[in-house]
Design a protein around this ligand. Sequence first.
Ligand code: F6R
Length: 259
Amino acid sequence: MKILITDSANSAAQKAAFFMQQFVIDKPNAVLGLATGGTMLKVYHHMIEFFKAGDFSYANVQSFNLDEYVGLAGTHPASYRYYMNENLFQHIDININNTHLPNGQSDDLPAEANRYENAIHQANGLDAILLGLGKNGHIGFNEPASSLASRTRLKTLAKSTREANMKYFKHIDDVPKYAITMGIKTILEAKNCILIATGESKAQAVVDMIEGPMSANCPASALQMHEYTTVILDKAAASKLKNLDYYHYVHPNGDEVNL
Ligand code: F6R
């Protein structure tokens, strides 16, 4: 794992946005995996800023989001389709028909999950995936005890995940109990993984992911098996790491070092 520790949540987001931009510059028809949530808002803000200032295009990019709630229409303000349209897609030149999310309103959810998994394969897989981290160590909605070999499927959300996402709904009972999420194996098949975590509340999950044993108890720890994972942290999220000095030594200020 490449571990980059930045000064602030904003510089972590800027760095993650820079990586995503770079994938598109290097491969204009890149297939990107995308996440939602609070942390990503800043990342998308910078991606939009870079797009407006830059000389590159998302016109040939395809995107696959990690997950979508079951039961919410894409027009529901808390759905991930709505979030993506509002916070990224309508601000860049991506073709909306090339943006994919699972259909959480499907009549046959297991079949929809299989269709989504197959669609990723038909697109020749993900060139890069942008990941956030749950306080409980989840990536996508792969909650603790998820199989490390899992594929896109229906998943029951943990109580802590529903509580963390309550702010997007009027009442806890309105937060969906289920989601369709890419599996851990699906994520591990991406050619590059970029995970961003910021804030003290993520510090323990960061330790479990990077320094803990690989375990379904912390689904993000499966990234230890991925050859090209970059973890971008702010100081607060990195604060409990045992080998902090080493990570700073290898990448001072969270920067790449040319040997
Ligand atoms: C959502 C997703 C989740 C979030 C995670 C962190 O698409 O993939 O794994 O990235 O729950 O969410 P925030 O950033 O809101 O703390």
